[in-house]
Design a binder for this molecule. Structure first.
Ligand code: XMP
Length: 520
């Protein structure tokens, strides 16, 4: 059970919808804490006074399965307002004595809903109009309303598109107010949490900062904490939060694998050691990594070697700091949500991502995971609140194995140097043309083929550079970014003219899936 009892909240009971996280984010954007828990895990005994409202999410289950899902019906008897969304709306009706059936007409995409009656839930939602565009995604629907319910709005195919039981404060919507396609959908969520649940705002970066600092202090007391700092957003925010909370009891270890971006080690040391005055141990392990990777070209072997060596080095240095009791990690909320297994998605292992997960058990360390209730955008805002600069906060993600997985084939120092330069010119170009923040992730890769070119009057025979730039929400799916011809031309010229070793540039136009974001 991962419910945080220290803050009032809106609880989202997840039935496996792909939009559940979006519901939580919308509520938090409105300044209120929200938590997600699987319908299989929540029991009535877990409902405490911090829960001021409950949302039942949508889900992939159908009308035939509705009798088989597990859900503790006692939860409905706590006198807490409940909003059911899509499948959640169907369940709420069913549990209160209504009926659900398969619709004759399935509704996917935009639909019009027509207002029938006033309700707090739809205050300022319809504005002057009586018709409103919403986003539907369902095959089943409520066919008979429970006794105390009445219809607030209908669509052509769903008579019970918005319903309420005013006495019990139960509400149901057949559409998805959390997606941006539903015009003004946030208003429904806003009305539910503020007008119906009457919860007060309690969730800003400043609130989070104070709360988390206090919690870290309580958890670690006078003990020492170690943290692997990579310079990425999550580990930077964790490190700075702990720095503020426990100062010199925090020991950050930054391992230079030699596979970092150009000047990255200097930036990390300058920021954390010089500017933020952190206890930073800088380990230059470039040679050790390169040696272990000699003649290795298999992607999974590369990843394993790097992951294992990283842990070994980290452990070596951590042992030198005596009496360490805790390891701080930048685990985020999406990694933690228990209900992920409900949807069954994204669980197959495509690549072995490396982290320091093996350490706590081996070294008998306890984990400090202060970001475990935060989404990525919240971590970024918290970072700004903690005085980290924008450049660190808005940095594109960078994989643990670094440039090694952007260099198919064997890894050499010469190739690393060429790649660092190409990546640097590409990223600089994006920044100078105001494109960096429009792109979720961008990088240069060096392919293990040489092709023929001509420069001046001379034949060249050099490496092929691949550029990748994608847009994405969370890295799970991605699309390539479409550059203007003038930008592509400028970057290609810059790379080929400035870097000895590259004479051709190609752009990766595959989406994920079927490709992945990294090459290996
Ligand atoms: P893929 O290539 O799996 O990448 O589509 C999805 C996102 O994950 C990042 N990535 C990693 N991050 N350690 C990390 O910390 C890793 O081993 C790793 N491999 C991929 C990748 O950069 C992208 O943002």
């Amino acid at each position: 059970m991962i419910l945080d009892q220290s803050l009032n909240k809106i609880l989202i009971i997840d039935f496996g919808s792909q939009f559940t996280q979006l519901i939580a984010r919308r509520i938090r954007e409105l300044g209120v804490f929200s938590e997600i828990i699987s319908h299989k895990k929540i029991k009535n005994k877990n409902i405490d006074i911090s829960i001021k409202g409950i949302i039942l999410s949508g889900g992939p289950l159908n009308v035939y399965e509705i009798n088989r899902y597990s859900f503790d019906k006692e939860i409905l008897k706590n006198n807490i307002p409940i909003l059911g969304i899509c499948f959640g709306h169907q369940i709420l009706s069913k549990l209160n004595g209504g009926k659900v059936k398969q619709s004759k007409h399935r509704e996917f995409g935009l639909a019009n809903v027509y207002k029938k009656k006033d309700s707090l839930l739809i205050k300022n939602f319809f504005n002057q109009k009586k018709i409103h565009k919403v986003w539907m995604s369902h095959a089943d629907q409520v066919s008979k309303l429970p006794k105390n319910f009445r219809v607030i709005a209908s669509s052509q195919n769903s008579k019970f598109a918005i319903v309420e039981d005013k006495t019990n404060k139960f509400y149901g919507v057949q559409f998805h107010p959390e997606v941006t396609h539903t015009e003004n959908g946030k208003k429904i969520i806003k009305n539910f949490i503020f007008l119906i649940c009457k919860i007060k705002k309690n969730w800003s970066s400043k609130d989070q900062k104070m709360k988390l600092i206090k919690e870290v202090r309580n958890q670690v007391g006078e003990n020492k904490v170690i943290c692997a700092l990579s310079g990425g957003v999550d580990s930077s925010v964790v490190a700075q939060l702990l720095n503020k909370a426990i100062g010199k009891k925090l020991y950050c270890i930054f391992v230079n694998t030699g596979l970092l971006r150009k000047n990255e080690e200097k930036q990390v040391v300058d920021t954390f050691k010089k500017r933020l005055k952190m206890n930073l141990i800088y380990v230059n392990a470039e040679k050790e990594f390169l040696k272990k990777l000699t003649n290795v070209s298999d992607p999974e072997r590369k990843r394993k070697i790097i992951g294992n060596l990283f842990i070994k080095i980290f452990e070596r240095y951590a042992k030198k700091i005596k009496n360490v009791k805790f390891l701080a990690q930048g685990t985020l909320y999406p990694d933690l949500i228990e209900s992920r297994s409900v949807t069954g998605s994204q669980t197959s292992k495509i690549k072995s991502h490396h982290n320091v997960g093996g350490l706590p058990k081996k070294m008998k360390l306890k984990l400090v995971e202060p970001l475990k209730f935060l989404f990525k955008d919240e971590v970024r805002n918290l970072g700004l609140e903690l005085n980290l600069n924008k450049e660190i906060i808005s940095r594109h993600p960078f994989p643990g194995p670094g440039l090694a997985i952007r260099m198919p084939g064997i890894i050499t120092k010469e190739k690393i140097n060429i790649l660092k330069e190409a990546d640097y010119y590409f990223i600089q170009g994006l920044k100078e043309h105001g494109l960096y923040n429009k792109i979720w992730q961008a990088y240069a890769a060096l392919l293990p083929v040489k092709t023929v070119g001509v420069m001046g009057d001379n034949r060249t025979y050099e490496y092929l550079c691949l550029l990748r730039a994608i847009t994405s929400e969370d890295g799970m799916t991605a699309d390539f970014y479409e550059f203007k011809k003038s930008f592509s031309q400028m970057i290609s010229n810059k790379i080929v003219n400035s870097i000895r070793g590259i004479n051709r540039v190609v752009y990766d136009i595959t989406s994920k899936p079927p490709s992945t974001i990294e090459l290996e």
